[in-house]
Design a protein around this ligand. Structure first.
Ligand code: NAI
Ligand code: MG
Length: 396
């Protein structure tokens, strides 16, 4: 078998340096791959009117595994203004290439692990009976990645057909029919049984493999009765039929945001629909180091793409020395290695990161609670490259 081919999509801004350093770490652990560059992001919107070009789709179709940095998105008017002059006025609309990628390849399972690295100065602490405590967080969030509030089925000033359909619902008629139609904005939250069951099963499987005896469903079934209700009911049914040793716990999303700041160690496997999963995973990420540490996997039946959850941080993109923390991207690559069965190499990198963090000699500016100015590297913060160097040194 030849070298494994990985499609690399650095994208915009800090996506480039963090991906570059991640590949150095992958090389250092002995992962033999051929990296195939693919275009994505703002540059291609401006030049070609398409932030997710067909050639990138083809590469992902062919090679199946992607490493993705981050992209820049801008509001409608800015997107239109920055489009190449020859493409302007043709009605070309900007869309998010990440949402498009998830939908195109049906990357419906999003996994976002939030795990404490001992010694990280950004770890969550609380006041306990015997003084300050630092509970260890180890939580995997399973976020449905393609449906729900991110489904894109929405209208402002809905047309007759949509409006008439809405009027058939007694609650709409009672509560919203007073509103002039042009002043009405509607976003739907559509869940299908198939994809809801898939995310729930993925979460149960993970819990089973790791020996956790509880799955927490993070929704709001008491209010959002149809969609959240379906998710909870399916989780209970699937649990009863296939995972009798795993208890299904029902915690409302709002309450969860409170509980995670009180006793985050009580949660190991969470499942939620798209928007709630996004919210809850940011909440947990804040307990274990924030954006510099938050990694994720987007997994479909054929294709899988691994990415840090942070964006392109454009203000840091042009510093002479890159200061951003590459750990989120490196940990995303670790998830990739696990996905393709390279568990030893994944474990080695994770251990190397853990050692660097525990030692505390090499810290990116975010771990020093500095504001991200170019001069942080003169004040003791490690640059992006130095952080990768420290991790690589532990691999040797
Ligand atoms: P952002 O995640 O790019 O940056 C927010 C702040 O977090 C930064 O200013 C920086 O202080 C910190 N930060 C982010 N990554 C870091 C790292 N690796 N190390 C240290 N600190 C880090 O989010 P923001 O500013 O809201 O958006 C910037 C652009 O990124 C926008 O165009 C947005 O649309 C896009 N975006 C893209 C995402 C993606 O590609 N998946 C996700 C989120 C935003
Ligand atoms: Mg987010």
């Amino acid at each position: 078998m030849g070298k494994r081919k990985i499609v690399t999509m650095p994208g915009d801004g800090i996506g480039k340096p963090v991906l570059e350093q991640t590949i150095r770490v992958l090389d250092a652990v002995g992962f033999e791959a051929e990296y195939i560059h693919a275009d994505i992001g703002w540059e291609f919107w401006c030049k070609e009117g398409n932030p997710f070009p067909d050639r990138t789709i083809k590469l992902l179709e062919e090679h199946k595994i992607g490493l993705f940095g981050a992209i820049t998105s801008k509001p409608k008017d800015k997107a239109a203004a920055e489009l190449a002059p020859e493409l302007q006025g043709k009605g070309i609309q900007y869309y998010s290439p990440i949402v498009a990628m998830r939908q195109h390849f049906d990357l419906d399972i999003c996994m976002r692990p939030c795990k404490t690295f001992k010694g990280n100065p950004l770890n969550f602490i609380r006041r306990g009976a015997n003084g300050i405590e630092e509970p260890e967080v180890d939580c995997m969030i399973f976020r449905q990645n393609t449906e729900g509030l991110y489904g894109g089925v929405e209208w402002t000033n809905p047309n007759d057909q949509v409006y008439d359909a809405l009027m058939t619902h007694p609650k709409f008629k009672q509560n919203f029919s007073w509103c002039p139609r042009p002043e009405l904005a509607v976003s739907t939250r559509i869940l299908t049984k198939k994809y809801t069951a898939r995310i729930i099963k993925a979460a149960f499987e993970y819990a089973k493999q790791r020996g956790f005896d509880k799955l927490t469903v993070c929704e709001k079934p008491n209010v959002i009765r149809e969609t959240s209700g379906m998710m909870l009911k399916l989780a209970q049914e699937i649990g009863k039929a296939e995972y009798p040793n795993i208890r299904v716990e029902d915690v409302n999303i709002d309450a969860m945001m409170m509980w995670l700041t009180k006793n985050p160690e009580n949660y190991n496997v969470l499942v939620a629909s798209n928007m709630f999963g996004d919210i809850i995973s940011d909440g947990f990420a804040g307990l274990v180091g924030g954006l510099g540490f938050a990694c994720s996997a987007n997994i479909g039946e054929k294709v899988a793409v691994f990415e840090p959850t942070h964006g392109s941080a454009p203000k840091y993109a042009d510093y002479p020395v890159s200061i951003v923390n590459p750990i989120a991207m490196i940990l995303s690559a670790v998830m990739m290695l696990e996905h393709i069965g390279e568990n030893d190499k994944a474990a080695k990198i994770r251990k190397a990161v853990a050692e660097v963090v525990a030692e505390g000699k090499t810290k990116a500016y975010d771990m020093m609670k500095m504001s991200g100015k170019p001069e942080v590297v003169n004040n003791g913060a490690a640059s992006t490259i130095q952080m990768a160097d420290a991790i690589i040194a532990k691999l040797k």
